[in-house]
Ligand binder design. Structure first.
Ligand SMILES: Cc1cc2nc3c(=O)[nH]c(=O)nc-3n(C[C@H](O)[C@H](O)[C@H](O)COP(=O)(O)OP(=O)(O)OC[C@H]3O[C@@H](n4cnc5c(N)ncnc54)[C@H](O)[C@@H]3O)c2cc1C
Length: 428
């Protein structure tokens, strides 16, 4: 394992980590708790450079993705198989759950480092990357609202074992309108009994445990005070999942229908406060959307890389198509959009690492970067001409993968609602 680590270099940063943690804020500590060392506290704050460790981490993620994804990505996508071997390697090398503190077995970095890794992963293959990043999907919520025993129980197995989690929110009749979720968790003695159906759930069939968003207080007047989040191990009686095959993109990642029939969990599996689930969910999105913006940046950059390569090598009318100004303008627009998206995505993650989540900025980053991904991949395929329409070209897989970024973890319309509400204020 040590050799592997040296190959990919991520843990080269190990010795620097202590120094890093002394100087940077852990996202789960408050500003006041942290030691100094942040430039903004010094008074001359603006700095767009990544630190040396961050560059090392980004490079290590790129090396890992190129080394592990490139040759197998197409097969995994075609066959819709989970990339289990790559998942194991990524776990061992510290490429998952970078934001999880060392006290819970994690690498102990921050949201920005997580975003850098995801950006480089998505740049090489969106499908494998989706499955890798979703291993810990919801762990942010556990860190924010979990009790100490819950964190000690559920987080270390990501690194010491084979744990995979998911966050089951969406239902057949409750998508964007999460406050109308109807999966019930009813108290019976010292247990919750859960009944309901969840749709399109990442790791629904591959996961070892789920955070399940449940209706616990239907009589509550406010729609935002009716739900709670409950931890459900997937080997409990009454938990069933059917993998949903035939996804347009990200086909090697697990997405499933989840059926909960009289699933009993102890009351201590409640995450946070009863009736506070909706608020807790919004706090989760304020964090997770920063990562999705990094997915968009990575996918768009990968598409641009391919477009540039093709523009330099494809010749028509006696010259490379990159020599036509029409192609150059496309490339210039794509590069500019990606750089803008990257800046806002990094800023969203950077703010999280300073304990200052900004729901408006995070929603902007998610909406913008994901829209850029869709636009850029469209132009990149255009530059590939007809060849880009066949699945032996990676751009075809990227094209299919991009669209979902504007749908999950808040559709682009939902992001606009969040942004507009912050800018305009509430009308009711
Ligand atoms: C690959 C994949 C993975 C997923 N993983 C997960 C997961 O792990 N966990 C999970 O819980 N869910 C997951 N989802 C579900 C995803 O979060 C939902 O698809 C998404 O929230 C939208 O809900 P919906 O599909 O029901 O669309 P709907 O909410 O029905 O929306 C349909 C359209 O109406 C628009 N719309 C809805 N309300 C408004 C409004 N008020 N104003 C303007 N427009 C509106 C939407 O923006 C959208 O364009 C996943 C989905 C996919 C495709």
């Amino acid at each position: 394992m040590k050799e592997d680590i040296l190959v990919y270099g991520l843990k080269k940063a190990d010795s620097l980590r202590q120094q890093y943690q002394a100087n940077f804020i852990n996202p789960y500590k408050t500003l006041e708790n942290c030691l100094g060392g942040i430039s903004e506290l010094g008074g001359f704050a603006m700095d767009f450079e990544l630190g040396k460790e961050q560059k090392d981490i980004k490079q290590a993620a790129r090396d890992f993705a190129i080394g592990e994804f490139t040759d197998v990505a197409r097969e995994y996508d075609l066959n819709e198989t989970l990339p289990r071997e790559i998942m194991s390697k990524a776990r061992k090398l510290g490429f998952i759950g970078l934001f999880i503190p060392e006290e819970y077995g994690g690498p102990g970095f921050g949201f920005l480092e997580q975003a850098l890794v995801l950006e480089e992963f998505w740049r090489v293959d969106p499908g494998i990357s989706q499955q890798l990043c979703s291993i810990t999907f919801g762990a942010e919520e556990l860190l924010l609202f979990g009790t100490e025993p819950q964190k000690k129980k559920y987080l270390p197995p990501f690194f010491e074992g084979e744990a995979i989690m998911g966050f089951a929110i969406t239902e057949p009749d409750a998508g964007s309108d999460t406050a109308s979720a109807a999966t019930k968790a009813i108290k019976d003695g010292n247990e919750y009994v859960i009944n309901g159906t969840k749709a399109m759930i990442g790791n629904g069939s591959a996961g070892t445990f789920m955070l399940v968003y449940c209706l616990t207080n239907p009589e509550e007047k406010s729609k935002t005070g009716r739900h709670s989040i409950v931890i459900v191990e997937t080997d409990r009686k009454g938990y069933e999942a059917n993998r949903m095959e035939g996804k347009m993109g990200l086909r090697c990642s697990d997405t499933a229908m989840v059926y909960l029939t009289d699933v009993r969990v102890p009351l201590e599996n409640l995450l946070g406060k009863e009736g506070n689930g909706f608020i807790q969910l919004m706090h989760f999105f304020d964090r997770s959307r920063a990562y999705v913006s990094a997915h968009g940046v990575g996918l768009a950059q990968g598409a641009l890389d391919m477009a540039v390569k093709h523009a330099k090598t494809r010749t028509q009318f006696g010259q490379p198509i990159g020599a036509f100004q029409a192609t150059q303008f496309k490339i210039a627009d794509m590069a500019t959009k990606i750089e803008t998206a990257r800046t806002i995505a990094y800023k969203a993650a950077w703010l999280l690492d300073r304990g200052r989540p900004d729901p408006k900025l995070t929603a902007m980053a998610k909406m913008y970067a994901c829209h850029v991904a869709v636009e850029v991949v469209d132009e990149a395929l255009q530059i590939h001409g007809g060849y880009g329409y066949f699945n032996d070209q990676d751009i075809e897989r990227f094209y299919r993968a991009a669209k979902v970024l504007e749908i999950y973890e808040g559709t682009k319309e939902v992001e606009k609602i969040v942004i507009a509400r912050e800018v305009l204020g509430k009308f009711r």
